[in-house]
Design a protein around this ligand. Structure first.
Ligand SMILES: Cc1ncc(COP(=O)(O)O)c(C=O)c1O
Length: 376
């Protein structure tokens, strides 16, 4: 559908076109090439981790991360249900069981108190998400993980650049995933990465990413024998895609600033509406507004009507997220559980358009339409 105001728009410029064109015109290194390493270095430098490994998607990155930690059948992994499906599917990919914990209402992240209740002797890891550019209560979750000797993997797909007390998300856990899918803070179309400070994990991630092959040199331009030392996949990011990542990540601080400015403008306009809650967090939580999500206090009926009202005006809005444990697939797997806060919040949330280039006229249109709906 063609929306007058879509939920997001990709920010691109001539530098992006130039970078991709150069790789194409070189007539070589479209699959494996030097931009992959360079992109990984820039990500690690920005997030402040020792290592980064890029993949063809955030989903593949999570999958490989769990393989590298040797998570397997019989293991339990604590995840939110209020997230994108990949967070819960990743444990299933490796035969483990996702165990859902509830969320807290401030940041929409895993509720540390409920996480504690879900730990059993089979629990191996916790995968919290940082929702839509907001850091979750990762410090509390880290304490729990350390106390119970669990692996902490941050699903930071939506929150590149978000910080708590100036420490970037992605540096709290044992490893973290970021996504570069087209609706994220910066994008390569599709793509993702794992960041970590563990050299051992770095080596394993690279092996599993590319066929379990020891690649001292570029496979396609080397005649050297290369051994295959483990089971692996082809989850590589192509060098063409990595070429786009280089100019994209260089813009990231500017893009975050533009998003934050827009969000501030929207929040000021919308805070007049007493029937909704705007996305304001604690002072030391630096959010990057991958999404601008409001809560309609009275719940689903009014929320759905607002969504319809906006749609009639050509303004796209969307529910992020409907709970995973209530999907047909997870019900068929036998999940018959109650997560009160997840269920409540998912009936209240509505994500409004947010992207760096959203202009004042569009933001006025969105906010005034919300005001009209609530009769202000
Ligand atoms: C919280 C979360 N986890 C995982 C993913 C999966 O990332 P990708 O779309 O790059 O596979 C996404 C992206 O949509 C996400 O929002």
């Amino acid at each position: 559908m063609d929306w007058k105001i879509p939920l997001f728009k990709i920010y691109w410029d001539e530098e992006d076109i130039k970078a991709v064109t150069e790789t194409i015109k070189s007539g070589k290194d479209w699959a494996i090439g030097p931009n992959i390493n360079r992109f990984e270095e820039l990500i690690a430098e920005y997030i402040r981790t020792k290592y980064c490994v890029v993949f063809n998607s955030g989903t593949s990155a999570l999958h490989v991360d769990l393989l590298a930690y040797n998570i397997k059948q019989g293991d339990e992994i604590i995840v939110p249900s209020f997230t994108f499906i990949s967070t819960a599917n990743a444990p299933l990919f490796v035969g483990a069981k996702p165990v859902f914990a509830d969320i807290e209402k401030e940041n929409f992240g895993l509720d540390p108190e409920d996480v504690k209740k879900k730990i059993t002797e089979k629990t191996k890891a916790i995968i919290p998400i940082h929702y839509g550019g907001r850091p979750c209560k990762i410090k509390e979750l880290k304490e729990i993980a350390e106390k119970h000797n669990l692996i902490l993997i941050e699903d930071a797909a939506e929150s590149f650049g978000a910080k708590i007390d100036n420490k970037k998300v992605g540096t709290f856990g044992d490893s973290a995933m970021f996504s570069f899918c087209q609706n994220k803070i910066f994008t390569t179309g599709d793509g993702g990465c794992i960041v970590t400070n563990s050299k051992e994990m770095y080596e394993k991630l690279k092996l599993i990413r590319s066929h379990g092959r020891l690649e001292a040199q570029d496979y396609f331009s080397s005649t050297e024998y290369m051994d295959y030392v483990s089971l692996g996949y082809n989850f590589r990011m192509s060098n063409i895609v990595a070429s786009l990542g280089l100019p994209q990540i260089k813009k990231v601080d500017k893009l975050i600033e533009m998003r934050r400015k827009n969000a501030e403008y929207m929040t000021e306009k919308l805070s007049e509406i007493k029937e909704i809650i705007t996305p304001k967090l604690k002072q030391n939580y630096f959010q990057v507004y991958q999404m601008y999500t409001i809560r309609v206090k009275s719940g689903k009926e009014k929320r759905d009507k607002l969504k319809e009202y906006l749609a009639k005006k050509g303004i796209m809005s969307k529910v992020y997220f409907d709970p995973i444990h209530l999907t047909s697939f997870y019900k068929r797997l036998g999940y018959n559980i109650k997560l009160p806060m997840t269920e409540k919040i998912s009936e209240q949330v509505l994500t409004l358009p947010m992207h760096p280039d959203l202009n004042k006229e569009e933001m006025d249109n969105i906010c005034n339409s919300c005001k009209e709906f609530f009769k202000y």
